[in-house]
Design a binder for this molecule. Structure first.
Ligand SMILES: [Zn+2]
Length: 214
């Protein structure tokens, strides 16, 4: 994960929210941090409790370097990912609960459980979790799904033998080498909707794909 410094705006924001742990306090650091924040901003209590659960369960996931998202957040089993990103005024989230109906907390006061989980993980210096699939695994699983959605002839003609280019791919953006220029054209212009939809279903977040010829 990206190392935070004391002057990093997000590190400052996390400290404003959760405040330094008092020296004489003992107990669970997650509980202490959310109690202090909820004491100052009672309206954030439900979102803070959700954030505490997410952080305790390892639900804050690392995004690749250079991604516009700061982190992906979800409960490890069953939930879809939400993306936490910088916004013009602070942080934004892709969940239904953002923007919240009331302003509360430091900065722009627009906090959902996911944003609070991201800031809590930063504040407590908890390591982020790795995304479930590396780029090549993501493409492998997606191809198995696509195989079920297409005729064998279509799959074999356009996708058989395709492979992720590791150096040019991240879990957010795949570069896939295909057998020839016809396959590249067809996949890019005809099959892109079904491929993008399947990739996003498998990953749990939006994934871009680009087809190239070796
Ligand atoms: Zn959210």
């Amino acid at each position: 994960m990206i190392m935070q410094t004391l002057t990093d705006p997000l590190s400052i924001l996390s400290r404003l929210l959760f405040q330094p742990v008092p020296v004489d306090d003992s107990g669970d650091e997650v509980v202490l941090a959310i109690e202090r924040a909820a004491g100052r901003w009672p309206v954030l209590q439900p979102a803070l409790e959700g954030a505490a659960e997410l952080v305790s369960a390892g639900g804050v996931y690392e995004t690749p370097a250079g991604a516009s998202e700061l982190a992906l957040v979800r409960f490890p089993v069953g939930w879809a990912f939400r993306a936490v990103s910088p916004s013009p005024t602070g942080l934004a989230c892709t969940c239904d609960g953002w923007p919240p109906p009331v302003y509360a907390g430091p900065g722009d006061g627009l906090y959902c459980a996911d944003i609070l989980a991201y800031l809590l993980a930063l504040y407590l210096e908890r390591p982020f979790s790795a995304l479930p699939y590396a780029p090549d695994e993501l493409w492998q699983v997606t191809q198995e799904e696509l195989r079920l959605q297409m005729t064998r002839a279509t799959f074999n003609q356009w996708l058989l033998g395709s492979a992720v280019v590791p150096g040019a791919s991240t879990p957010f953006s795949l570069t896939v080498v295909v057998r020839n220029r016809y396959a590249q054209e067809w996949l890019t212009h005809r099959l892109d909707p079904v491929i993008s939809r399947t990739l996003t279903n498998v990953a749990g977040y939006r994934v871009q794909v680009r087809f190239v010829v070796s």
